[in-house]
Design a protein. Sequence first.
Length: 169
Amino acid sequence: MKLGTLVDPEKQSFMCENDGRLYFRVTSVKFEDLYDWSDPDQKWKSHRVSGRQLRRSNSMPTGSLVQLNDEGIALFRYKELLFAIKEKCPHLGGPLHMGDIEVLPDMSICVKCPWHKWSIDLTSGEVKSPKGRKEVSSVTFPTKIDESGTIFIGFQKFSGKYFSGDEDF
């Protein structure tokens, strides 16, 4: 997908012609570097069992945490799909980039918060589990990937922090 007009080369942001959003380039990771949660071989190789508990080790898969436009964002890959969601769980602020990915019976792809096991749909931000939490949701972000695997995340506007006078812009 071709990106639109370059808005600010210093901040590496782009305006997409078809949706009017500002797209910021992720410089810390490329799409092919992200762990593919759909690959069962990768998933099982990276777990280790100690006693009766399954413990997270440094080699266990996680999402990637990036900071863009004054926002912490968790990135996840599932097959050729890329998801971007606000890093903090809407329940109590758990680190979603440390959560596991699951596909629910309705085929929605969710991240499960590592703190209290809330399942959040990576497409809509809707809380799928526990049931009955319609008043709570997370923020998801549109993504684009260019031919070289560079990731771009879309925002409606620049962070207000840039205009407070406290930041260089």
